[in-house]
Design a protein. Structure first.
Length: 468
């Protein structure tokens, strides 16, 4: 297929919202709206991961140093509540609070969209507030206000765009899981680009250049979303106007499914700890301990995120193709929980590579073989857990609470990031690195066992079948 053939015709598709059809194949065999939503989410994720990549490095290497910290409104007071912590520990705590709140607010954004504003208005408001947050990062004194704006903006934006992807497909449309893998491919392209562009600007040119770049890309994504309106599903509020409120009430079979999804949230939260640590203690460890100088040039440590995202991108493609081939050859493939179990095995193996890296370090810097193997194996685990679990939640979500349920899904990231920042992350400064990463392997093992138990106990509910 040529590049031209792979590029969807964004101008010829009939209005999705007015036709109510989800059977079009204008974008790589999927609805045209998927192309728009994937590109918009790519822009949003570029801005978010630009911020997340630079955040801890910015704090440890600049903001928390004498001569800067005292200029930040509210930061001296916050430091007073963390007396005795090193700069890395304090930065880890801020990272944990910020990233956990970023994934908590989507549940509120989903409620606002489902009950009051609708997804479209809520998402647009989120994009505007996120852009404001990125631009505020250009002003040292506004650091905490910038974080607050980003927390609110992501909350209004993130759950509502993912729920729209799910609603492009009927509950029995087998393209749904593949759609979220495509969605995550766009995300990973953005994660590849963010450290290379914004990360390099921040570490090599000036921190505020990196943050400003993130804001510009977010605004561009918002403009694309405005253009996409005719190809996106109708809001639940619009459905209530056209179909009546009774059509939007929860059914009796919805409640057991919601309970099953709630049980999965803390399980996923612990299983995701290793993956989420990449942006926190791992990045500080890499900055201090990895051999990053080649031929006289020192590679920015933020480029390790690009390595991770590049491998994640390749593994998303490879894993999707592998299971598609299995389905063609054998007529079957594992269900969502089955794939998440497989993913946990690779997550454990990845964390053990970091144990080996620390154990074999000696007195010099750590070579990149074991870190590369970590990213490789963890990316296979990522491809089996992240997009698959999101597809599962959108499949089971009742129509009246689609945005809210996606917000509930992100509660697993709230737990993971809070533990990463406030519990496990600070341990990097207080224990041997081998022990530190062995603990992460243990969290992957917990996820493996818990997913097996969930499959045995809740598999029928989470398959979409009607409970007996």
């Amino acid at each position: 297929m040529t590049a031209a053939e792979a590029t969807p015709d964004f101008e010829s598709e009939p209005d999705f919202r007015s036709s109510g059809k989800s059977s079009d194949t204008a974008f790589l065999g999927h609805p045209k709206g998927l192309g728009y939503l994937s590109f918009v989410e790519g822009c949003e994720r570029f801005s978010y991961y630009s911020m997340q990549t630079l955040l801890v490095l910015y704090m440890v290497n600049y903001l928390l140093l004498p001569g800067h910290a005292e200029n930040v409104i509210g930061l001296p007071w916050l430091q007073g509540r963390h007396i005795g912590e090193t700069g890395q520990q304090f930065a880890s705590s801020i990272f944990g609070d910020y990233t956990s709140l970023v994934y908590f607010t989507p549940i509120l954004g989903g409620l606002i969209a489902d009950r009051w504003l609708g997804r479209r208005a809520t998402l647009i408001a989120g994009g505007v507030i996120m852009s404001l947050g990125h631009f505020l990062m250009a002003f040292e004194s506004m650091f905490l206000f910038a974080l607050i704006a980003l927390i609110v903006g992501v909350g209004l934006f993130k759950g509502n765009i993912a729920s729209q992807v799910g609603e492009l497909y009927s509950p029995k449309d087998l393209r749904r899981a593949m759609a979220f893998q495509i969605f995550y491919i766009f995300i990973n392209v953005s994660v590849i680009a963010a450290p290379l562009i914004a990360g390099t600007l921040g570490q090599k040119v000036g921190w505020h250049w990196g943050f400003g770049c993130a804001g510009v890309v977010m605004l561009f994504g918002l403009l694309i979303y405005l253009k996409a309106a005719p190809y996106l599903p109708a809001d639940a509020r619009e459905d209530r106007k056209t179909k009546g409120k009774t059509a939007m009430k929860l059914q009796s079979e919805d409640y057991p499914r919601l309970i099953a999804l709630l049980i999965l949230v803390p399980v996923m939260g612990i299983a995701l700890i290793t993956n989420q640590q990449i942006f926190n203690a791992y990045l500080v460890w890499a900055d201090q301990q990895f051999q990053l100088t080649f031929f006289g040039h020192t590679m920015p440590s933020s480029w390790m995120i690009t390595l991770d995202a590049s491998l994640s991108f390749l593994m998303l493609l490879t894993v999707a193709a592998f299971w598609k081939l299995c389905e063609v050859i054998t007529g079957r493939e594992p269900d969502e929980l089955g794939k998440m179990i497989i993913g946990s095995v690779f997550t454990i193996a990845g964390a053990l590579c970091l144990v080996m890296a620390a154990a074999t370090q000696g007195t010099g810097k750590i070579g990149l073989f074991w870190p590369f193997m970590f990213h490789f194996l963890n990316s296979i685990g990522f491809a089996h857990i992240l997009p698959i679990s999101l597809a599962l939640f959108t499949k089971i979500a009742p129509r009246p609470l689609s945005g809210t349920v996606v917000g509930i899904y992100y509660m697993s990231f709230v737990l993971a990031n809070w533990i990463v920042g406030n519990v496990v992350g600070p341990w990097l400064s207080t224990m041997p690195a081998t022990t530190f990463w062995l603990i992460h392997a243990g969290t992957g093992a917990f996820g493996l066992v818990a997913f097996v138990v969930c499959k045995l106990a809740l598999g029928r509910l989470l398959s979409g079948e009607t409970p007996a």
